[in-house]
Design a binder for this molecule. Structure first.
Ligand code: NAD
Length: 506
């Protein structure tokens, strides 16, 4: 519930363990009430971004040489601090990004789980011993950190997503420069404050604030070895293009989605409705994994539409700090305008508009970014833009299908491939969808949202470039080395290669 106004946070950069540049170049506002300023922040200059990268580079050798277990133990201390601050972090997040406080709490817990996973990983095996053809040789696959990792993140998961990337990067011995979204800098800064309080050495976690050009100055810096990016496809592609000119730059890019829930005619009906509603409208449809397409087998179609007609008007969109609300506002005015454009397009492309969606101006005196859901029916056709493009808001198409083959064809006819769900009681059908659909995260009898950190988080096509986040990120932030040791007193080569020096042996 609302309490007394909170004074705006004073934003600062963190470079080499020092808090610097307390300028107020931009502010972050509460999307539930744009009149409320959450904080004011400096926008890092190119020089400051370069200094942050240089600080990370300077801190790298000592951090790399620190025992992996001692690095992991810093995360144990971080976990205690996150537990201490869970509720205040959740409230700050609710005020800054507009997600309901219950969801924000779940996100803080997700971040905590990532930190606990990283801590636990410190004592698990981190390489392989493999055999050699030569009995006297031992061969190892060992991982080495790349060096400096730039972590560039979106607004919609301002706590957990940075931890998915900072966690494995730091555990493996890399040092980091973190640029949170310009829409959620306060949560980003609070996270770095906790890293510093947990005792991460100066220079291992640096913070720069700002928008696209600040992120791009990190990407253009050749001293950055790895860019861990989560955000839109357009930005991810640009980062990959810039990085292509650097010889060993790794880009792990997690991008958008056009996700589908497939409801088969043997589905448990209530479960299928709940899965559809949560997938489409939780977080006001602003998850990368939100469903903007629900494919329903024809015999269930009318009944499913009818249930949506009944349930959707009962979803309460309102104050993020009121835990009884289902969801909150969109992140900013630009997001509202974008979703309204897609709602208008839906009225042109749809068969029937069930709920047109529109601004909810009665909440907070119209000073927020609230939209009601847009729901429509549409027969699949490949040229319908509403079925192909990411909307990122409360906007969903109900699409009929006849056969399972049709459902796969429709589901896969999108440029993205992030998450999907199938609702069926039939294990053969489940397996068919598992094998035939394009996705990174698949769910059965669940919504297509709701990842857990110990699973890889990624996608295919425009959704990801094959370097999944969270538990999967170790592959991107380390490179594998082969290390071979001869225990014999003479040299024996593999593949029968001779060691004969041609009669000139020493
Ligand atoms: P965005 O792409 O606009 O911004 C993401 C980050 O990139 C921000 O920090 C931004 O400042 C930075 N940025 C912008 N231009 C840049 C440039 N030229 N160079 C470097 N950095 C730049 O995304 P957003 O609006 O914050 O988030 C929404 C998008 O993120 C959606 O497309 C959503 O699907 C996606 N997303 C994906 C995942 C995933 O894991 N696949 C998770 C969450 C969100």
């Amino acid at each position: 519930m609302r309490t007394a106004p909170v004074p705006p946070m004073q934003g600062r950069l963190s470079i080499d363990g020092e808090w610097v540049s307390p300028r107020a170049d931009f502010s972050s506002s509460n999307p539930a009430d744009l009149a409320e300023v959450v904080g004011t922040f400096p926008s890092a200059t190119t020089g400051e971004a370069d200094q942050a990268v240089a600080a990370a580079r300077a801190a790298f050798p000592a951090w790399r040489r620190t025992s992996r277990i001692l690095r992991a133990e810093c995360f144990d201390r971080l976990a205690q601090l996150i537990k201490r601050d869970t509720d205040t972090l959740a409230r700050l997040m609710a005020r800054e990004c507009g997600k309901n406080v219950t969801e924000c709490r779940a996100e803080v817990v997700e971040g905590l789980h990532m930190v606990q996973y990283v801590f636990g990983s410190g004592r698990t095996p981190c390489g392989e011993i493999v055999a050699s053809e030569i009995a006297e040789k031992d061969a190892f696959v060992r991982r080495k950190p790349w060096g400096v990792v730039a972590v560039i993140t979106p607004w919609n998961f301002p706590f957990a997503v940075p931890l998915w990337m900072l966690g494995p990067s730091l555990l493996e011995g890399n040092t980091c420069v973190f640029k949170p979204s310009e829409d959620t800098p306060a949560v980003g800064q609070r996270l770095v404050e906790l890293f510093i309080e947990a005792g991460f050495p100066a220079g291992t976690v640096n913070l720069v604030h700002g928008d696209g050009p600040v992120g791009e100055s990190l990407v253009r810096n050749p001293s950055v070895n790895v860019v861990c990016f989560t955000g839109s496809y357009e930005v991810g592609r640009r980062i990959q293009e810039i990085s292509a000119s650097l010889p060993d730059r790794i880009v792990a890019a997690e991008m958008g989605g056009k996700n589908a829930v497939i409801v088969c005619d043997d589905a448990r009906f209530d479960l299928a409705v709940t899965a559809g509603i949560l997938s489409a409208f939780k977080t006001t449809g602003q998850r990368c994994v939100s469903a903007s397409r629900i494919l329903i087998q024809e015999s269930l179609y009318d009944r499913y539409i009818q249930r949506f007609r009944e349930v959707v008007p009962r979803l309460r969109f309102g104050d993020p700090l009121d835990p009884s609300n289902f969801a909150g506002p969109l992140i900013n005015r630009a997001a509202v305008e974008k979703v309204l454009r897609y709602n208008a397009l839906a009225t042109e492309e749809a068969t029937d508009v069930i709920f047109p969606g529109g601004e909810l101006t009665s909440i907070h005196g119209g000073r927020g970014c609230y939209l009601s859901p847009c729901v429509y029916t549409i027969a699949y056709r490949p040229d319908a833009r509403v079925l192909r493009e990411e909307v990122f808001g409360p906007h969903v198409a109900l699409v009929p299908f006849q056969t399972d083959e049709d459902a796969v064809r429709i589901a896969n006819d999108a440029d993205y491939g992030l998450s999907m769900a199938v609702i069926t009681e039939n294990y053969r059908r489940m397996r068919f969808f598992r094998d035939e659909c394009d996705y990174g995260m698949g769910y059965v009898n669940l919504p297509c949202i709701g990842a857990e950190v110990h699973l890889p988080f990624g996608g295919v096509k425009k959704s990801g470039n094959g370097h999944p986040s969270a538990a999967g990120l170790i592959e991107a932030v380390t490179h594998k080395t082969a290390w071979t040791v001869n225990h014999g007193t003479e040299i024996k080569m593999a593949q029968g290669l001779t060691t004969d020096l041609g009669g000139e042996a020493a």
